[in-house]
Design a protein around this ligand. Structure first.
Ligand SMILES: [Zn+2]
Length: 117
């Protein structure tokens, strides 16, 4: 058995929607966007070590994170900010527990709350 430490992870996700990167770079804080050099917006939140690269087709690549929890946290945080800034369509949220649900779900998968009557 060897000893090891995880120093860095990379994860990818997709918002499944096309983005206007110029608008993303303008509305989000802590971004770098130089389309002549690199075709994505780089988001470096001051409150996290992680860095997310946002592409025009909605793909997001997260680097400089060390655990799955950091990956989930940073993608959740970025998605929430983008919803607030109206860069993407807000997901539906369960009024009882706050879990993200699909618009056509009848009951919340987390708490069983009846979403549609
Ligand atoms: Zn719920």
């Amino acid at each position: 058995m060897v000893n090891y430490t995880i120093e860095n992870m990379m994860a990818s996700s997709s918002l499944n929607t096309r983005l206007n990167l110029k608008e993303v770079a303008e509305k989000l804080d802590d971004t770098e966007y130089n389309p002549d050099n690199f075709p994505g917006v780089i988001w470096r939140p001051r409150t996290s070590y992680g860095v997310v690269i946002i592409m025009e087709d909605g793909r997001m690549m997260c680097t400089n994170v060390r655990s799955e929890k950091e990956v989930v946290d940073i993608f959740e945080k970025l998605t929430r900010i983008m919803e607030e800034k109206e860069l993407i369509t807000p997901r539906s949220v369960c009024p009882q527990c706050g879990a993200v649900v699909d618009a056509d779900d009848v009951v919340c998968v987390e708490c069983g709350f009846l979403l549609q009557s």
